[in-house]
Design a protein around this ligand. Structure first.
Ligand SMILES: NC(=O)c1ccc[n+]([C@@H]2O[C@H](COP(=O)([O-])OP(=O)(O)OC[C@H]3O[C@@H](n4cnc5c(N)ncnc54)[C@H](OP(=O)(O)O)[C@@H]3O)[C@@H](O)[C@H]2O)c1
Length: 277
């Protein structure tokens, strides 16, 4: 049995679809609300809250492989619950910032999860993706409302990764030999700026989207109101304010592991255009 956490989200939903399409099973998807889950036929939807590891007992029952998103709960306790349930292999989604920005709080938390997993006695595979193409969904309300998209660092190009590519790597790591004890940094196939991302969404929509660059200070004020000042600073650093060669680097890990080239941002935009209508 494979348990996929974040099963209704960007990576998890793609992973369940891909495992199912490859005939892998049995499969289970974790969600806090099974009534909302639309999983492929035969995939079991199980409720549980990562913030309450004790609630994961039914979801973990009989599970041997776990796909785990980090930082959605007390990760050390989640890993201990998995170990006690008999899980043998965990594929963990961490972040490339563990390597590129180890001084930032979220990166430190991810490093601690990675270390706890490695010390757990379970087999492990760590995925360290760069920023996701799906982060562009933060512009969905402005674009569908025909408003101007505002973004800082408009011309900083980062090798944004399609969540389905993270899912593809996870599928291989979960089901094929040779990926235990490995850490993979994952990026998209080319650098893309915020301005270019909005242009790709505009091309998919077939209309112009007004775009305006804003200052770090303006962006910080908007973000801090939603998720706090420190988190806003961390996001702004890794999306343009404090980039480094490691963060800018395009890696071929996705194609090496899956045998298929990583998907460009414009593909994500075309596949998700309805979110911006
Ligand atoms: N965005 C980035 O640029 C980036 C970069 C590096 C790493 N990451 C990591 O990637 C992960 C996010 O992946 P994603 O984009 O695929 O997710 P997502 O689309 O944002 O969806 C979040 C998922 O997590 C589930 N979830 C949230 N809180 C939960 C809880 N307390 N208990 C159980 N499930 C919970 C939600 O399920 P329900 O609502 O159905 O319960 C949903 O399926 C995070 O761990 C993040 O740190 C993100």
């Amino acid at each position: 049995m494979i348990l996929v956490t974040g099963a209704t989200g960007n990576i998890g939903s793609a992973l369940l679809k891909e495992l199912h399409a490859h005939g892998v099973g049995p499969l289970r998807g974790l969600t806090r609300d099974a009534a909302r889950a639309a999983f492929p036929d035969g995939v079991e939807a199980v409720e549980g809250d990562l913030a309450e590891p004790a609630s994961l007992k039914p979801a973990l029952d009989g599970v041997r492989s776990l796909f785990l998103l980090s930082r959605l709960g007390p990760d050390a306790d989640i890993l201990e619950a998995a170990r006690q349930a008999g899980v043998r292999h965990v594929v963990l989604v961490s972040s490339i910032t563990v390597r590129t920005h180890p001084h930032l709080g979220p990166a430190g938390e991810n490093l601690a999860v990675e270390q706890a997993l490695k010390a757990s006695g379970m087999d492990w595979t760590v995925l360290r993706p760069t920023q996701f193409a799906s982060n562009a969904l933060m512009w969905a309300a402005a674009i569908s409302g025909h408003e101007t998209v505002h973004a800082p660092y408009a011309d900083t190009a980062l090798p944004t990764v399609h969540p389905a590519d993270i899912a593809s790597v996870a599928r291989v790591a979960l089901t094929e030999p040779g990926h235990r004890g490995r850490t993979y940094a994952l990026t998209g196939p080319e650098p893309v700026t915020a301005r270019q991302q909005v242009e790709a969404i505009a091309a998919a929509l077939g209309r112009r989207i007004p775009f305006a660059e804003i200052s770090r200070r303006q962006a910080h004020a908007r973000m801090a109101a939603v998720f706090g000042a420190d988190a806003a600073d961390a996001v702004l650093d890794v999306t343009g304010g404090d980039v480094n060669d490691e963060l800018l680097m395009v890696r071929d890990t996705v194609s090496q592991i899956t045998g298929i080239p990583a998907r460009p941002f414009r593909q994500w935009a075309a596949e998700n255009v309805d979110a911006f209508r």
